[in-house]
Design a binder for this molecule. Sequence first.
Ligand code: PLP
Length: 295
Amino acid sequence: MAWRFALVIDPAASDDPRTDFSGTFTPIDVAAPALSVGEMSTQRGDGIFESIGVVDRHAQEVGPHLDRLAHSAALCDLPVPHREQWRQAVEVAAEHCPPHGEAVIKLILSRGVEHGPTPTAWVTAAEAPDNTRVRERGIRVVTLDRGYGLDTPAKAPWLLLGAKTLSYAVNMAAIREARRRGADDAIFVTSDGFVLEAPTASLILRVDGRFVTPAPNGGILHGTTQLSLFAHLAEHGHEVAYETVPVSAMAQADAAWLVSSVRLAVPITAIDAVEVPVDAELTASFNQYLLSPRD
Ligand code: PLP
């Protein structure tokens, strides 16, 4: 049977000197109502989140996820999350995961109740979907215009393009559009012809033996999975690069993946109905690495 765990955090100020934050966590009944009607997360999607993969009760890459939570908070003018408090909350959530198998821990920091004094914060843990098949078989993707140019993030930082905000309605709409077009997922591109990211994953291309990903300054989320995989590849002598990737470069790739914390590395089998070769062996080694304990 599906299991779930949730706890509410009473957010500490970032300079709170306590070392034990267990008293600031309240486990809640996952089946019972928990949020106030005035919550800005539900009313406006005004908040940020992180999804952390868990393997055999080990939460993966907690440090990079907490770094990104802090980065998103700064972009959204939310109070600085107390790193140690959030780390301990992840630890408690991980302890509630089953000893074997994959799970997902979500961290949510919301603006809170309208005109309220503090943000609302909570952490959930749940069983991860079974991604075994998609990791082996791969996915077909279509490119979708995100409706802005490569220079938009610099010109309009209030669009919060590099923050992991709770406003994912557009990302979900893109996946539905991809399905309407007969694909499984989407790759966002700029209206001036550059590649960005998928609605819930980063893109990695292999071109002439080099591993390339779109540079995060183009208004995309810097993926923790991509970061981890690049470090792993570099350690094994491969060349990795952040680049401004024109849409035409995708046709030169002899392998391509979407990577993210829970689905991990899935090979792309076609982009806009043009077949892409799949390196099954390398994909399997990516996922073997991604499923190993990572800090
Ligand atoms: N890009 C977007 C828009 C995402 O939502 C995600 C993850 O959900 C990613 C990239 C991949 O990030 P990570 O590897 O940290 O899961």
